[in-house]
Ligand binder design. Structure first.
Ligand SMILES: NC(=O)c1ccc[n+]([C@@H]2O[C@H](COP(=O)([O-])OP(=O)(O)OC[C@H]3O[C@@H](n4cnc5c(N)ncnc54)[C@H](OP(=O)(O)O)[C@@H]3O)[C@@H](O)[C@H]2O)c1
Length: 300
């Protein structure tokens, strides 16, 4: 298999690149393009074309995006470009070079009022990020009709800095001990990046062998937690005080965060039943432990 992974320097892309080890694969980065990654600005059609022309991949996985709320607010044009323009240009490139395309999208295309959501349920985004992810999906399918969209929920996994994911950011705050209030209303379904990456690898093979006919696929862990519950689990697992953690409803009351976007995993061939599930309760300690100043693991 010849593959190109766009956005291979990010949380999901790093895991996806790892699962493609042993194939003829190229990963791209943008601001973080060291360690053998090719620097590609995916808002540039020329950059994309040069790489696809050089590598002629059978499959392209697009993990490029901007999912940090601070960027949606502070540099909206750039954030829109990173979510929508990149998606369209990569899809146009994949189509031009005859590659099958797997495009990563988000559960935020739904408003969270009517979970669970199936792939064919009508998207209704609540915030600007969800609208961009939906615009990206539409642009991808218009440019490359045989592309597959994989919608994922909140991801976690090994990070390069604590603020890279909500989970590690919460863990760092829990361990610092300052007063904190976390939303206890909005439910998220933290899914390990390595699990999502395994799905990507299998989908890439299914696409190449004509075994996937769906346009939109959902994948998600089954257990949901609020941010407050995540913080309590971290405190208990590592023997830290939880007296400074209060339950709030900041996300629910601000009006632009979905309450519950539980995704129904549908549209996949039966072979995906054997994807290794990574239960959050057993996986999160090894992910957060490096970011706790004084980790004191206790028996689970
Ligand atoms: N993380 C989640 O909880 C989550 C949940 C659901 C869906 N998703 C979706 O999954 C995909 C991957 O998310 P992620 O969490 O891995 O994001 P991430 O860690 O923020 O990584 C984003 C990737 O996009 C690259 N990128 C940004 N702007 C670019 C540009 N102009 N040209 C080329 N590459 C560019 C980044 O490169 P550099 O870092 O090198 O600049 C990085 O590799 C995104 O579509 C995201 O919306 C994520």
């Amino acid at each position: 298999m010849r593959a190109v992974i766009f956005g291979a320097s990010g949380l999901l892309g790093r895991s996806v690149l790892h699962t493609f080890a042993g194939t003829s694969v190229t990963g791209t980065g943008f601001s973080r393009s060291s360690n053998g990654l090719v620097r590609v600005d995916a808002t540039s059609a020329g950059d994309i074309e040069r790489l696809l022309d050089r590598d002629r991949p059978g499959v392209v996985v697009n993990c490029v995006g901007e999912r940090r709320p601070v960027a949606w607010a502070s540099t909206p044009d750039q954030a829109r470009g990173r979510n929508v323009v990149t998606a369209r240009l990569i899809a146009e490139g994949a189509r031009r070079y005859g590659a099958r395309l797997l495009h990563i999208s988000s559960d935020y295309v739904f408003d969270g009022q009517a979970a669970p959501y199936r792939p064919n349920d009508r998207p209704k985004p609540l915030n600007v990020y969800g609208r961009w992810k939906l615009l990206a999906e539409q642009a991808v399918l218009a440019a490359c009709p045989d592309a597959v969209i994989l919608r994922l929920p909140m991801l976690y996994g090994p990070v390069q800095f604590a603020a890279e994911t909500n989970l590690t950011d919460i863990a760092r705050q829990v361990s610092l001990g300052a007063q904190m209030e976390l939303d206890d209303v909005c439910v998220r379904y933290p899914t390990h990046a390595d699990e999502a990456a395994e799905v990507c690898r299998r989908l890439a093979e299914a696409l190449l062998h004509g075994q996937c006919t769906a346009s939109v696929i959902h994948w998600s862990a089954s257990q949901g937690f609020t941010k407050y519950r995540l913080a309590l689990m971290i405190a208990r697992r590592f023997g830290l005080s939880d007296e400074h953690i209060r339950a709030g409803k900041a996300d629910a009351t601000r009006g632009d965060r979905p309450l519950d976007c539980r995704l129904v995993c549908q549209g996949l061939p039966a072979a995906f039943d054997s994807v290794r599930r990574r239960p959050f309760r057993t996986e999160f300690p090894s992910v957060v432990e490096p970011w706790l100043p004084f980790p004191r693991p206790v028996a689970s």
